[in-house]
Design a protein around this ligand. Structure first.
Ligand SMILES: [Cu+2]
Length: 145
């Protein structure tokens, strides 16, 4: 759904920084990526860094994307000697802090893709926060391993 030419332009603009002044009062997503779902699976995990550069705490309200039906914030926890995942609603990121989403910790779980997801593609993730603030970020689909 995203043509390669579009991706190239986005990358160029992002890296040359034309017109992108650093905004000290913003929430940014860095290094967001997902591995393609394993064959037969309708689930993927997104890893990224979510950085709250504002001077107020932010609370995740709703996350969505155009490629799948549902995105949830999950947390890995150790319970009874087992590693489990639990949905984390209303995740709060304090002022000037960053939250890592990484294997074994917090991550985003994507459910029920609308179409096959292939390595090398890219899609847009939208994160909405309580109070109406909203961040859009590209997610790269990386080859597994
Ligand atoms: Cu999970």
């Amino acid at each position: 759904m995203f043509r390669l030419i579009g991706v190239c332009i986005l990358v160029l603009v992002g890296f040359t920084g034309c017109g992108q002044k650093p905004n000290p009062e913003s929430v940014i997503v860095k290094n967001a990526f997902m591995y393609p779902p394993v064959p037969g699976s309708q689930v993927g995990a997104i890893y990224m860094v979510l950085e709250n550069q504002t001077s107020s705490p932010i609370v995740v309200n709703y996350i969505h994307t155009t490629i799948a039906d549902r995105v949830e914030v999950h947390q890995h926890i150790h319970e009874d000697g087992m590693m489990k995942m639990r949905q984390a609603k209303h995740l709060k990121i304090p002022a000037k802090q960053k939250q890592l989403f990484e294997p074994g910790g917090y991550h985003l779980m994507v459910f029920d893709f609308y179409e096959p997801i292939t390595a090398g593609s890219r899609f847009t993730l939208v994160i909405e926060f309580e109070g109406g603030q909203r961040v859009e970020a590209p997610v790269d689909v990386r080859p597994q391993g």
